[in-house]
Design a binder for this molecule. Structure first.
Ligand code: ARG
Length: 452
């Protein structure tokens, strides 16, 4: 494409080193979409004659068909997807050599990549919505199931499993907001920025932007060819999503272990061991957790690439896509498999409750009972703390004590206290806004349905 300037052709080793075809070929259809808009604009503005533009459009349609039918074998000699398509177009239609008028690969790459990323993000958005729906329906299924809530991995207070699922709903809902913001930041059309400075030809950038359904053309041509912020915005979304996935997976892996054992994973999503016949391993959860590193790594890869890059385009930027694809593919697979797996997770209520009988997760309820009887909270806290210590020393469980034993420590104890001291009552009574009380969770479920 640039042999005019050179006496010798490019060394083979350099061709191999500089090509990006293996990475960017997957954007072929988007590249044609961008070229179609560009050539339409060249025709409308009179830069090309209307029939020239039409012939080029027809040629592009033929190339597109060849790609779709798997008949197009691109060559690494032509560096990238953009030059391969243009070369094939020009073979089919010699006027193809006019397509690159008022365009550089710098604005072309940026346009094609934004189109491709937009397409994938729209699909991801739907898949993320599925995940949100699964979490809502899990919350409905498990509303009245009670599990220990933990802080510091120590039993803290009992919570509704429905409440737990909705906690993840909030996380993934924020991810969806970040996804939308990534979509927003790519929503400007780079076409017409040229190599870096625009064009002397009377192009119409609004027109191409409109045809390609962008909100508006990018505002500064130098920024346009140097900018990869929209990719970083995607990576931030992807990294946060995977961080959430990895934390969720870790909970389920832990609660599925024999020591906790209240989470039951679907057989179809687990693997066995080649040696130990008893094993049912949570490999899908572990792999999802394990893929988090790649996705965060891809984010770092881009940030480090961008750091200190001079204005404007530098070839370093060609390295921006490998990690982008890896993260797109990874999170799409993870979201899909996690949605299916989560919809089949069951809870063993009996085991969860028997686990609760090992801790003192109702201690706050006792203290709050005392508060209602007029005892200052700090005092109540100390009284109950001593009571718990006494139970531990004497190997006693509060639920087995009779009233007179209670009164030794807590003179205010009465039938009312005994009545509220069950995990079920404890959850039910935490009826503050956003709390774990069943009424609250039911309200959250209804709200969540309206939010997706
Ligand atoms: N293959 C290159 C890329 O993907 C095309 C851009 C080349 N631009 C240039 N000025 N050499 O970034």
């Amino acid at each position: 494409m640039w042999h005019g300037r050179f006496k010798q052709s490019m060394a083979e080793i350099v061709k191999d080193f500089t090509q990006s075809l293996d990475i960017d070929w997957r954007m072929a259809e988007c590249d044609i979409e961008g070229s179609m808009a560009h050539v339409k604009m060249l025709g409308e503005t009179g830069i090309l004659k209307p029939d020239e533009a039409l012939k080029i459009e027809n040629g592009l349609t033929k190339v597109l068909d060849e790609i779709k039918n798997g008949k197009f074998t691109p060559s690494k000699d032509l560096e990238d997807v953009h030059m391969n398509i243009e070369a094939r177009l020009t073979e089919i239609e010699p006027l193809g050599s006019k397509l690159h008028t008022a365009r550089s690969r710098n604005d072309q790459v940026a346009t094609t990549t934004r189109l491709y990323l937009r397409e994938r993000l729209n699909i991801l958005s739907e898949e993320l919505n599925e995940l949100l729906k699964v979490l809502i329906s899990n919350s409905e299924r498990h509303l009245k199931i009670i599990i220990p809530g933990y802080t510091h991995m120590q039993q803290a207070q009992p919570v509704s499993m429905g409440h737990y699922w909705l906690a993840w709903f909030e996380n993934f809902y924020r991810d969806r907001t970040r996804l939308n913001s990534a979509l927003e930041s790519l929503n400007e059309c780079p076409l017409g920025a040229g190599a870096l400075a625009g064009s002397t030809l009377p192009i119409n950038r609004e027109m191409t932007s409109e045809i390609l359904k962008f909100k508006n053309p990018t505002r500064n041509s130098l920024d346009t060819v140097a900018n990869r912020d929209y990719m970083a915005d995607f990576h931030y979304f992807a990294s946060m999503l995977m961080i959430h996935i990895s934390r969720l997976c870790n909970d389920l892996i832990t609660w599925n272990s024999q020591e906790f054992a209240f989470v039951i994973l679907p057989d179809e999503f687990c693997t066995g061991s080649s040696m130990m016949p008893q094993k049912k391993n949570p490999d899908v959860l572990e792999l999802s957790r394990g893929k988090t590193g790649q996705v965060i790594g891809n984010f770092m890869d881009l940030l480090i690439n961008l750091k200190g890059l001079p204005m404007t385009y530098n070839r370093d930027l060609q390295e921006d896509k490998r990690g982008l694809w890896n993260s797109l593919d990874t999170i799409e697979n993870v979201i899909k498999i996690m949605s299916e797996l989560l919809s089949k997770v069951e809870i063993n209520q009996e085991i969860a409750l028997s686990g609760l009988n090992k801790g003192f997760s109702l201690a706050t309820d006792i203290a709050e009972f005392l508060v209602m009887r007029g005892v200052p909270f700090r005092e109540a806290h100390e009284i109950v703390g001593k009571f718990v210590g006494w139970c531990i020393e004497n190997n006693l469980r509060p639920e087995n004590l009779n009233l007179s034993e209670w009164k030794k420590f807590i003179p205010e104890a009465d039938e009312e206290l005994l009545k509220i001291l069950s995990p079920f009552e404890s959850v039910k009574r935490r009826n503050t806004y956003g709390g774990t009380g069943f009424e609250q969770v039911e309200r959250q479920i209804e709200e969540a349905k309206g939010r997706i």
